[in-house]
Design a protein around this ligand. Structure first.
Ligand SMILES: C[S@@+](CC[C@H](N)C(=O)[O-])C[C@H]1O[C@@H](n2cnc3c(N)ncnc32)[C@H](O)[C@@H]1O
Length: 264
């Protein structure tokens, strides 16, 4: 009997229709120098290619029913390590502890927690290549327009996100309701935004700016305790109209907004 897919673990496995697995290897530039982490190997369709092209592959899988299948396929390969358990509970520093690239078709029900966990471990992760829901990839990678959100900026603060390609839902088994996309996040080696504004201050302003979608930046930022007159004057000084919406403001402009508003 074949494997019974579990909805609760977001199990939609790639069938490699349209050669999607080869495209993943190609765009992620998986090569003999790469130590790779794969979150959610499933039955190992992508794992097989990662092992072929990479230096070593550490897989993290929660479903104990998949352990036997994965071990049977790959345990004799010295490049392969399997960590059974919840990826969100894994201590990357202790279990991995060396520079890695993440390449994975992740479980979508925990997309944001996974991205945040990977960003938290940016001292050992330089590049993240993941498959996510198409709409989520569009939001994270949006350079302008109404798709931009707190999520977009919370990734942009740490790295450059890029939408790589779309994968139709028919390329999975079972076939899900939505299409997917493969995207990358290249984490900033220079920490340029972290050096300008610390994390807590950045998120305080960005969350305030997006607090009420239909309100403009002047009204939203006034919730931080600034008078509208003061805001208008300080925003004008850096060439930002108070009637702009949060999603139209670039991260570099946020840096400027925060600089003038934090100045004593
Ligand atoms: C979308 S499937 C991808 C499977 C495989 N990589 C493929 O592309 O065919 C997601 C995988 O993540 C696993 N998974 C779900 N929740 C997890 C968690 N919290 N920690 C680790 N793995 C998890 C699922 O069991 C499943 O194998």
């Amino acid at each position: 009997m074949g494997f019974k897919h579990k909805k609760k673990y977001g199990q939609n496995f790639l069938t490699n229709a349209g050669q999607v697995l080869n495209r993943i290897i190609e765009v992620s530039d998986v090569n003999a120098k790469d130590a790779i982490v794969e979150i959610g190997p499933g039955e190992g369709a992508l794992t097989e290619l990662l092992l072929e092209h990479g230096k070593k592959v550490t897989c993290m899988e929660i479903d104990t029913d998949l352990e036997k299948i994965l071990r049977k396929k790959f345990d004799t390969n010295p490049k392969f390590t399997l960590l059974m358990g919840d990826v969100l509970e894994v201590d990357f520093q202790e279990k991995i502890g060396e520079p890695i690239k993440v390449v994975a078709n992740i479980p979508y029900y925990i997309t944001s927690p996974i991205i945040h966990k990977l960003i938290e471990n940016r001292n050992i992760i330089s590049e993240i290549y993941i498959m996510v829901q198409k709409e989520v990839a569009q939001r994270i990678c949006a350079k302008s327009g109404s798709e931009r959100s707190v999520l977009t900026l919370s990734v942009e603060y740490y790295g450059d996100a890029e939408y790589l390609f779309t994968i139709p839902k028919e390329d999975f088994t079972p076939v899900p309701k939505i299409d997917s996309a493969f995207m990358s996040i290249k984490l900033r080696a220079d920490n340029k935004y972290e050096k300008l504004v610390d994390e807590a201050t950045f998120f305080k302003y960005v969350k305030a700016a997006f607090a009420t979608k239909r309100k403009n930046i002047l009204n939203n930022l006034s919730n931080l305790g600034f008078s509208k007159a003061e805001l208008k004057e300080k925003l004008a000084a850096i060439g930002i109209e108070g009637n702009r919406r949060a999603e139209s403001i670039t991260i570099d402009e946020y840096m400027e907004v925060i600089r003038v508003l934090e100045a004593k």
